[in-house]
Ligand binder design. Structure first.
Ligand code: T4K
Length: 381
């Protein structure tokens, strides 16, 4: 493609940058932790962080983890899933891997062409006598059809885990996203809207499940006397992660507001570009603007997604093709019956179209304008 008459960004523009608190606030927190000498295993920071999150996430009960992947692995164990679990191929590797680690076969189900989440209308036909659950993903933080999925689960006696890795602060009709299904996982990885460098949380609806999760992530120990109750794992969040989380909680609302401003610019600049589409807000949804994902219709736009992705790099813009390739294309999963292309026509089409554009609070409106200019110009050359 011919070089456009737009200058490259002087510094790389990445897909995201972590939201970080003022260093002096971090030092103060670290001093408190140092004085206490309690650096992990349910210290004060952990306790306060958990309490604050219950309110912020409008979550009945929650349990902090050292990362989202361990949290997902624990969720399957706690719900005693086995055999087959129905999931989406359009997700990060951790989703199906969390099942495989538990000797459960992921059964890939096609996705909805609009939300890009598991297509609830196609779940029933994937159920067999080995199915024990559904592991659905709120892709990019956009909620799944939670009512339809719950109806199917009730009808067949299945458990539901929601992988809400990107959905921090998302609400549906005023209800926190963690209130749907049996257990919900939110990731607190550095690339997420809200983070603790590495970290995550499991949300559940009752105290017994929370207690079970807490024991499970503490290597199966309840206390000094009650050890080895279950074959648990070390999934605990430490005090430094929790302290970072507490500081970032104070900044996240403002960051969401800035992201919304940037998303409004993306939307208004790209809405009339033939061949480019993006997700609209759903009625009743409070979205967090964790991601801004466009879809490129190669025929209408005149350039492929892969071409746009490569071209952007020439301008120092590093977009991402999340979630490409589909998990059903991974060497480890491609021979599963459910990975057959005839089973996943929508996912196969969508995965070639998606491109995540840079989005984080530190970006300026001018940056976003320029990212749009580059895309619009690409269409014209
Ligand atoms: N389920 C879903 C649906 C998920 O998306 C994820 C995680 C999980 C489960 C598992 O949750 P965790 O176990 O991770 O808590 C990233 C993240 O590592 C991963 O957390 C995330 N999904 C996935 C979608 O993306 P990469 O390999 O694409 O990230 P990386 O290192 O290339 O970073 C992207 C850009 O972000 C960099 O180009 C620059 C910027 N960056 C990144 C980091 C880590 C920074 O500026 N600073 C940083 O510290 O995987």
């Amino acid at each position: 493609m011919k070089k456009l008459r737009i200058d490259s960004f002087p510094e790389p523009v990445y897909i995201t940058r972590p939201l970080l608190p003022n260093m002096s606030h971090v030092v103060k927190k670290l001093e408190d932790i140092w004085k206490s000498r309690q650096i992990t295993n349910n210290g004060l920071q952990h306790k306060i962080f958990e309490e604050r999150l219950v309110d912020i996430l409008k979550a009945p009960y929650l349990s902090l983890f050292n990362n989202g992947t361990t949290a997902l692995m624990t969720a399957s164990r706690v719900l005693k899933l086995s055999g087959e679990v129905i999931t989406t191929p359009f997700t990060f590797s951790a989703t199906p891997h969390s099942l495989t680690w538990n000797h459960i076969e992921p059964v890939f189900c096609d996705i909805d062409p609009v939300t890009m989440n598991i297509d609830a209308n196609k779940i029933e036909s994937a159920i067999t006598n080995r199915t024990t659950g559904i592991l659905a993903v709120h892709a990019f933080g956009i909620p799944c059809d939670v009512s339809a999925i719950q109806e199917i689960a009730n009808k067949y006696g299945l458990k539901i885990i929601y992988d809400a890795a990107h959905a921090f602060g998302v609400e549906v009709n005023g209800v926190g996203i963690g209130n749907y299904g049996d257990i919900t996982m939110i990731s607190f990885h550095a690339t997420k809207l809200f983070h603790t460098a590495e970290g995550g949380v499991l949300i559940c609806s009752d105290k017994d499940t929370k207690d079970y999760i807490d024991i499970f992530k503490n290597s199966g120990m309840k206390n000094e006397e009650n050890i080895g109750m279950f074959p648990g794992i070390n999934g605990k969040m430490n005090e430094i992660q929790a302290a970072l989380g507490l500081l970032i909680l104070d900044l996240v609302e403002e960051d969401m507001r800035k992201r919304k401003e940037l998303v409004d610019v993306y939307r208004s600049r790209l809405k009339d570009i033939e061949g480019i589409s993006f997700q609209k807000d759903m009625i009743g949804m409070r979205y967090n603007n964790a991601c801004f994902v466009i879809r490129i219709d190669e025929e209408k736009f005149g350039k492929s997604r892969d071409c746009i992705y490569s071209e952007y790099k020439k301008y120092n813009v590093f977009t991402r093709k999340y979630y490409s390739p589909l998990c059903s294309e991974y060497p480890h999963y491609r021979n599963l019956p459910s990975s057959d292309h005839r089973n996943l026509p929508v996912a196969i089409k969508v995965v070639k179209q998606v491109l995540s554009l840079p989005l984080y609070g530190e970006l300026s409106i001018d940056d976003v304008e320029k990212i749009c200019d580059i895309l619009i110009e690409m269409r014209n050359v």
